[in-house]
Ligand binder design. Sequence first.
Ligand SMILES: [Zn+2]
Length: 209
Amino acid sequence: MSSSPEDEGSYTLIAEDLDMPDATVAASPDAGFARADLTTFCRLDELGLEVTGQRLELDCAVLACRILEPDKWCRRCGCEGTVRDTVIRRLAHEPLGWRPAMLAVTIRRYRCTGCSHVWRQDTSLAAEPRAKLSRRGLRWALEGIVCQHLTVARVAEGLGVAWNTANDAVLAEGKRVLINGEHRFDGVTAIGVDDRAPERSYLSRSERM
Ligand SMILES: [Zn+2]
């Protein structure tokens, strides 16, 4: 789009012609806008999560989340479970700008009414088992290193996690991506840690042929 003064002039004329009362008219569904929604904005719907609250701290944003899928049927006998209590799982998510975004996911613990088996709500859409990064956070870290050439230290700072946490997660995900042959990282040919200098963990990238 050109930003010449002529264009601005014609836009003003059009706006006046339509007699728009204020700028909110431009945010209508007809103009392609949906209702503002933190869950979809942060792509948490892809992770099976929904935002239930936000806490903006000086150097971090915390998003309280719930899991969309109830997961209340016993995996052993198929009976219905009753909610016993809840636990919080913290996951580093992709940051907005330079501010880390943390997820505080409320996870239900169920007890089976038939066999007394106890289980937690499935969070596999949101993160790998025992992971400290959400799947989006992990993808952000990997793209940062492979595509943007950020250091592990910078990625860790962006996520608001320890260097080792970011490094371990990126190496594990890099290996998984390489093994699965995902096209997004076609340029990546190797991944590893220099044992003598762990700060030099790397994903190496070949020039495309
Ligand atoms: Zn059961």
